[in-house]
Design a protein around this ligand. Structure first.
Ligand code: NAD
Length: 294
């Protein structure tokens, strides 16, 4: 797969101007990553407060670079100036590639993508950071589905090297090539994958979470499971990782996996993860998951 990604890259020219829709956890992270690697990016949201939060996060990350002596204050100012926050599509006419990173709702994404397409040049590449929605299905809302593919980052964007580039049924080689090139410009490792529930990483990760859940349901101590998996060599165990991912996100993604692979992923009764979710133990986002965060 890596080889393939390299081949694609040669077909694309540099992304000179990028844009991201949504200034949330992912949108803010994508804006920072693009800006810090030198690619100017417009960051659009419908909510001014979200933009402020996205910028605050970027400032914090650049500030850490300065604290650690990796960045001069001049470079920090330069990096920050690469992020242009906006509430409108006014400047989208010369954007080469857009990452859509708004809320994970198929209806919202479909209408945002259709609106976006009307505000960019005909050859602009549109991508979606969706974790679970089919790229082929999202493409149905577009007049130029060949210019569209998935660009799936992982959280936190600045720390996670992998980006899944998802080929929908109608995605063109040019769209895949541009997205691979942009991921590389951002210092990431792109892999090109087919459009299926969970793409590649979550197809591996969610069966693992399912196995962990079964152990807990049989009475295993989650802290001990975490310690064992750490000794096995993983940087963190499944309970801690679920706290990072968020129980709401995990339940939602698991439902998509179960629908896509009912023979392997569907379960009778409630999983331990579902019980955690029902009890509002969402993980780090509300300071209470398998572990308590204060
Ligand atoms: P979030 O809720 O933090 O941010 C979503 C942002 O989208 C909000 O700021 C909201 O104001 C904005 N928004 C809503 N409608 C909009 C519109 N019409 N135009 C512009 N902005 C709009 O969500 P998030 O966690 O950053 O997730 C965004 C996307 O990334 C989702 O598709 C999610 O599945 C995907 N994703 C999330 C993670 C994760 O761990 N959080 C990881 C990978 C992918």
């Amino acid at each position: 797969v890596k080889k393939k990604a390299k081949g694609y890259e040669k077909q694309a020219s540099e992304i000179k101007q990028a844009a991201v829709l949504g200034a949330g956890i992912m949108g803010g992270g994508i804006a920072y990553q693009s800006a810090s690697k030198g690619t100017p990016i417009l960051m659009k949201d419908i909510n001014g407060e979200a933009i402020e939060l996205g910028l605050k996060e970027a400032r914090k990350l650049f500030g850490k670079g300065v604290e650690r002596g990796k960045l001069t204050t001049e470079k920090m100012a330069q990096g920050l100036s690469n992020i242009r926050p906006t509430l409108s599509y006014g400047d989208f006419g010369n954007v080469d590639l857009v990452v859509e990173a708004v809320v994970e709702n198929p209806k919202v994404k479909a209408s945002v993508l259709a609106e976006l397409e009307d505000n960019v040049a005909e050859d602009a590449i549109l991508t979606s950071n969706t974790s679970t929605i089919s790229i082929t299905r999202l493409a149905e809302s577009l007049k130029r589905p060949e210019n569209f593919c998935g660009m799936h980052f992982f959280n936190p964007v600045h720390r996670m090297p992998l980006v899944e580039v998802i080929r929908g049924e109608k995605s063109s080689d040019a769209a895949i090539a541009a997205t691979v090139a942009y991921a590389r410009q951002m210092g990431k490792t792109p892999i090109v994958v087919n459009d299926c529930p969970g793409f590649l990483v979550n197809r591996v990760l969610f069966p693992y979470f399912g196995g962990f859940s079964l152990l807990v349901e049989k009475g295993a101590d989650y802290q001990r499971v975490d310690k064992v998996m750490e000794k096995f060599g993983w940087p963190m165990g499944p309970a801690y990782l679920l706290d990072v991912v968020g129980m709401d996100t995990a339940v939602h993604a698991n439902a998509v996996m179960a629908e896509g692979f009912p023979d392997r992923m569907a379960r009778d009764g409630k999983t331990a993860i579902q019980v955690m979710y029902d009890n509002q133990r969402l993980g780090q986002k509300n300071d209470l998951g398998f572990y308590r965060y204060e």
